[in-house]
Write a protein that binds this ligand. Sequence first.
Ligand SMILES: [Mg+2]
Length: 350
Amino acid sequence: MNMTPGIRAIEGCLLGCAVGDSIGLPYEGLSTRRVRRFARLPLRHRFAFGKGMVSDDTDHSVFVAQALIRGNAEPAAFRRALAWRLRLWLLCLPAGIGWATLRSILRMWLGLRNSGVWSAGNGPAMRSGIIGAAVHSDPQRRRALVEASTRLTHIDPKALAGALAVAEVTARLASGTWTEQPATAELTALLHGISPDPDWQACVGTIAEACASPDPIGAAHAAFAGPGGVSGYVLHSVPFALVAWHHHFGDFRATIEAVVLAGGDVDTVAAMAGAMAGAVTGPSGIPSDWIDDIADWPHGVAYVRKLARRIVDDSVSVATHFSPALLPRGVVFTALVLAHGFRRLAPPYR
Ligand SMILES: [Mg+2]
């Protein structure tokens, strides 16, 4: 298919998020030491019987894409559409839901207008890549949409800074501003301008040092990860994803492998890095076995690709409502997550 750069980046972004999420999921929560012992390169799907499934990172990104379409990228309508999807999603047994996201959705069900809670988790950043790619030509609207998405669940300014960082990167990729690896100075100038938060500013300085070091991934691990790997704190996970994406610019597989081998909140960091890496490469640069071996429903590969195309092409016919199939699917998924949990109690994991 002959795709314009914008469509290629949008589809690559949403698909890259799903692929990173599903490749990373079996390693979720493993320490760096354990993941390095058990991950075999080249990575392939191994969530269940050699197939992959997606988690909350992809579900939320799909909801954001649906809400962008339903709300015509108008922030208030977008916010309403996203809030309803999150409310219904909570009823579908979402395994591994973040604590802040759980509390904020309960507040939505109680009818509280300000549903967001004080948290600097990475929930908003894991779903903001698609906003940047989809709304790449309108910086003010993009920011308003990322803010609307973020404040539904998280009100700590650091959560917003992380979400904006991912969206501003995917916007530059979808607009064709960055067709090659941007200079470290250019990347960090963008990041410095995102938020005056002092912790964010310090974090950007550390990102710059990591990118400029001879071993950017090792430097990022030293700065943003502990023995348990990269945590879900937004000032750990987003910087690590940014350095992996930047260092391996244009190489989707290497980007995701660097994230997986770091351990920690692997699926979410890989979803964020995958959204950015996929916006560089488009769908054709994502390893085909990683795409083909995702076995999921209703947010599987065919749906994700169609939904991404619908953002730019009204003639694409695709459902944009919340799918009730997420409930039975949630039961199966939760059972598989529990099976992984038990599996880790036995050798060779122990
Ligand atoms: Mg997840």
